[in-house]
Design a protein around this ligand. Structure first.
Ligand SMILES: Cc1ncc(COP(=O)(O)O)c(C=O)c1O
Length: 382
């Protein structure tokens, strides 16, 4: 490395530090209030056993791209199972949600198209749009009227697409997909839904908010991360047979990447079975969420009542968010500070994410410790 590059890196690291934005790699410690293992499946004995059996059968690595020697019967089997559960014609398994979002958006967006994207959409959706040549229009967070105004006012020689998360990853709020479906129908736009944080948690089968809102036939594609409620890793893209076939043929992040560890498919097949057969798990999660939200509100830390397992506690200033998180970690609560650019400027927060293993006692103790740490003026209501 020459001096110029060394200086540039040193200067940028110093800027990050000065802005209170230095990230640290910290392994889990204490009560889990920050993982996305909502249904506590990551350590479930049945998933572990399924994965170990599959490793004995398949080995560890897939050894190639899905289009070459990396393909396995277990990928096809779990994709079939996922598609049936999701009520879609076909599904395709990717190595991660980021890889799926980046690749899929790039695949479908042509230069003459326009994509309408919620202002708080995840970085992977933003990056997928960046890789495409289509025009991008941002609409206000969860504002379906703003979306419809922009759809109506925009002339487009190609196709119009709308992309949103269903349960937002950093705010825990929910897009009313019934309204989005109606707006897209009126505007002849194609709806793409990122169900990363909703799959496994909502709907009678547990397949997500698309199911819960009953809009399966209005959704062009859904992307369903498998490293969160489903407890393993990867992501399923689900849609029509033709759309998924097109992804197989054209999606660069699918084609030019080694296939995932095959044993993940067996772990996920087990996860899908558990989620479908054990609705009490998600009901327990909703109860945990309601309990925490109610306890926070009773203690003057105002959050909206909801069943969503992501509870943001806004602190505004990045350094303050880090300090509060550190204090709580020292008291045994593994909660993490989320700062810009992951969230908008001046909205640094604790992102509390819940799982079915948390007791009411732990949550009550957490709120008491949090309250100790916060003064009234820095508690911003969401
Ligand atoms: C909304 C959303 N989409 C996509 C992703 C990416 O998924 P993965 O972690 O599997 O890459 C995440 C999580 O990081 C997410 O929160």
């Amino acid at each position: 490395m020459n001096e110029g590059l060394a200086n540039r890196i040193a200067q940028r690291l110093a800027e990050i530090e000065a802005n209170g934005l230095t990230r640290k790699l910290v392994a889990p410690r204490g009560n889990d209030l920050s993982s996305n293992d909502y249904l506590a499946l990551a350590k479930d004995a049945r998933l572990k056993a399924a994965m170990i059996r599959a490793i004995e059968r398949e080995g560890v690595g897939s050894t190639g791209s899905r289009l070459l020697r990396g393909e396995r019967d277990c990928f096809a089997e779990v994709e079939k199972q996922f598609a049936a559960w999701k009520n879609a014609e076909r599904a395709l398994y990717f190595g991660s949600g980021y890889q799926a979002n980046v690749g899929v958006l790039q695949t479908f967006l042509d230069a003459e198209d326009v994509i309408f994207s919620d202002e708080l959409n995840h970085a992977s959706l933003i990056d997928g749009i960046r890789l495409a040549k289509a025009r991008k229009i941002i609409f206000r967070h969860l504002d379906v009227d703003d979306l419809e105004r922009r759809l109506t006012a925009t002339a487009c020689a190609g196709q119009k697409f709308v992309v949103t998360e269903s349960l937002f990853s950093m705010d825990g709020d929910i897009a009313d997909l019934k309204k989005y479906a109606a707006v897209c129908r009126r505007a002849d736009a194609h709806l793409i839904v990122d169900e990363a944080h909703a799959v496994g948690i909502y709907g009678a089968r547990g397949s997500g908010l698309i199911e819960a809102f009953g809009v399966e036939s209005d959704v062009f594609l859904s992307i369903n991360a498998a490293g969160k409620a489903l407890g393993a890793a990867g992501a399923f893209v689900a849609g029509s047979s033709a759309a998924i076939e097109y992804v197989v043929q054209k999606c660069r992040s699918f084609i030019f990447s080694t296939a995932p560890v095959p044993a993940l498919a067996d772990a996920l097949a087990m996860a899908l079975q558990i989620v479908a057969n054990e609705p009490l798990r998600r009901q327990r999660l909703w109860a945990v969420s309601r309990f925490l939200r109610q306890t926070l509100n009773e203690n003057g830390i105002r959050v909206p009542m909801s069943t969503a397992p992501i509870v943001p506690i806004l602190l505004g200033d990045s350094s303050r968010a880090v300090r509060v998180a550190k204090n709580l970690q020292a008291k045994g609560f593994d909660v993490r500070a989320i700062r810009p650019p992951t969230v908008p400027e001046r909205t640094a927060r604790l992102r509390v994410s819940l799982n079915v293993g948390l007791s009411e006692e732990v949550l009550s103790n957490f709120v008491a410790a949090l309250k100790d740490d916060l003064t009234d003026e820095c508690v911003a209501a969401l």
